[in-house]
Design a protein around this ligand. Structure first.
Ligand SMILES: [Zn+2]
Length: 245
């Protein structure tokens, strides 16, 4: 999970949020409860939040990734407009821009109707996940200072499910091998006898760094996991120091 920034509210929502919400609230009054609105009618009332204009602005803000697990569409079902506070419990927030998150079908399904109002979880638009989580090997874990909300988020969204640990394991193999290659390149550099050799070897280190840093680019899947790895990777920091000389 990485920090996301909300884009400006789409025009269609500015113009219609109030009337869409009123129609939904009127139906709840008429039928006595959100759960009692007939499905077909409910779908007609709710369909607007999946408007293409809303989707495109929202999905762009997460660089087309799931806000919770950082997978890309197609890897864990399509990306969907998720209500952070569930519309079944908080129907008044069904068309509120600040309540929307792009989420994959797996995270959306796992989170389901979890009551975020009474049992908060991390919203990456409002909090920086880097302050809350760290990684132990291929598992995400909560920092001590944020244990309750962090652990709950992991549980509610299924962030340590096999479907996420497997790709993290694959990436970890690549990162370990990158790190080993960097370590060897640094040794080669230190052993170089001439300035020309040193310059050539420094260029190789620079190229290796560029390759490894791509993985931590926010547009890449699991970039938070890669960034956390690099922050703790000694050869990476040594190489950065070396090319910065
Ligand atoms: Zn997800």
């Amino acid at each position: 999970m990485i920090k996301l920034n909300r884009d400006a509210k789409p025009e269609i929502l500015i113009n219609n949020e109030h009337s869409w919400t009123s129609q939904l609230m009127d139906a709840i009054t008429a039928f006595g409860d959100y759960s009692k609105i007939p499905n077909e009618k409910k779908e007609k009332l709710l369909v607007h939040y999946r408007h293409q204009e809303i989707k495109s602005v929202l999905f762009q803000s997460s660089l087309q990734k799931c806000a919770f697990c950082e997978t890309k569409p197609g890897e864990s079902g399509n990306i969907e407009v998720e209500h952070f506070a569930p519309k079944s419990i908080y129907p008044e927030l069904a068309f509120k821009w600040e309540n929307f998150l792009p989420a994959c079908r797996k995270c959306n399904g796992s989170k389901d109707d979890h009551d975020t109002g009474n049992f908060p979880i991390v919203n990456p638009y409002d909090e920086n996940p880097e302050d809350i989580f760290h990684y132990n090997d291929i598992k995400i874990a909560a920092n001590d200072a944020h244990e309750e909300v962090g652990e709950r988020t992991i549980r509610v969204c299924g962030l340590n499910s096999v479907r996420l640990m497997k790709p993290r394991a694959d990436i970890l193999v690549s990162l370990h091998s990158f790190s080993q290659a960097l370590d060897e390149a640094i040794k080669d550099y230190e052993e170089a006898e001439t300035d020309i050799k040193k310059q050539n070897r420094k260029r190789k280190i620079r190229e290796a760094l560029e390759a490894i840093e791509v993985l931590a680019n926010p547009s890449e899947k699991f970039s938070g996991f890669c960034k956390a790895y690099l922050q703790k990777c000694t050869p990476y920091h040594e190489a950065k120091r070396l090319v910065g000389e």
